[in-house]
Design a protein around this ligand. Structure first.
Ligand code: APR
Length: 259
């Protein structure tokens, strides 16, 4: 593992456009369960209850959705960035990060210090709420307050439309601008680092392929194997936090200890 860590650090120093691609595995060390590990979200909830069509279908399914979304939101709200998030923010500070494409909705890349324009939230964010009718945006806390005060299903103050966290559910169309941008940045990257994703959900999981096909080096840092391991230039199986912290130590050494 030592050798691999040194090699990835070298590639980061040499690269011109490094794209980090993160999944729920990046946030488990911050106390947020991922989806497909044992004990993850899909062990505890039925994915169908999160389908967009289901949410639209009835008041009762919206009520159930908001109950589950509230349960999942509380740990997210308290969660702090872990060493892996901090290492990625450090890459930006060192001028060694083109962007982060994240499938995560927990907002931890921003909390860790990455700037808005460097973070592409492919699956939206749980930190805001939007009206499905007029698209008015609300802060998540404001709507959670209404729920704490007994509102079962929140509706828009302006148009009465149904409110939903600004995340992308199964069956909901992907955000156009973010998806376009993610494809563009993946295809023009020369180093593409997947961190903490099972790479099974499309179209997000096609980004590493786009990068590789356009000549990028592909690094996968993940606890379990992924379907793309065979095409990676390097695979590091283990915990993202310690691995990314060690990689950034090596990067800073190579850059002459710049702070
Ligand atoms: N360090 C490294 N890898 C980890 C860690 C960790 N601390 N914890 C978990 N992992 C790995 C697991 O081995 C797993 O392969 O992270 C991966 C998490 O995979 P998923 O739970 O499938 O999460 P993700 O890939 O982000 O899922 C994609 O699926 O349900 C949808 O919209 C949801 O964005 C999500 C998408």
């Amino acid at each position: 593992m030592e050798e691999k860590i040194k090699q990835v650090a070298q590639w980061i120093v040499q690269a011109k456009r490094t794209v980090v691609f993160s999944g729920a595995g990046l946030s488990t060390e911050s106390g947020i369960p991922d989806f497909r590990s044992p004990g993850g979200v899909w062990d505890r909830y039925n994915p169908e209850d999160f389908y967009f069509q289901n949410f639209l279908a009835s008041e009762a399914s919206r009520e159930k959705y908001w109950q589950m979304a509230t349960e999942m939101y509380e740990p997210m709200k308290k969660a702090q960035p872990n060493p892996a998030h901090l290492a990625i923010a450090e890459m930006e500070r060192l001028g060694k990060l083109d962007c982060v494409i994240t499938q995560n909705i927990d907002g931890l890349h921003l909390k860790a210090g990455n700037s808005e324009e460097k973070v592409i939230q492919l699956h939206g964010t749980a930190m805001s709420v939007s009206c499905l009718n007029c698209r008015k945006r609300y802060d998540r806390e404001e709507i959670q307050d209404r729920i704490r005060k007994g509102v079962k299903v929140p509706y828009c103050d302006d148009c009465g439309g149904p409110l939903k966290p600004a995340t992308i559910s199964f069956g909901q169309s992907m955000p156009e601008r973010e998806t376009e941008e993610a494809y563009h940045r993946s295809s023009s990257s020369d180093l593409f680092m997947v961190i903490g994703s099972s790479l099974v959900v499309q179209p997000a999981a096609s980004m590493p392929l786009v990068a590789k096909r356009n000549g990028a080096r592909l690094v996968i840092i993940n606890r379990d194997p992924t379907p793309y391991d065979h095409m990676a230039d390097l695979v590091l199986h283990g915990q993202a936090g310690p691995i990314m912290a060690s990689i950034l130590e090596e990067v800073k050494k190579a850059l002459g200890g710049l702070d």
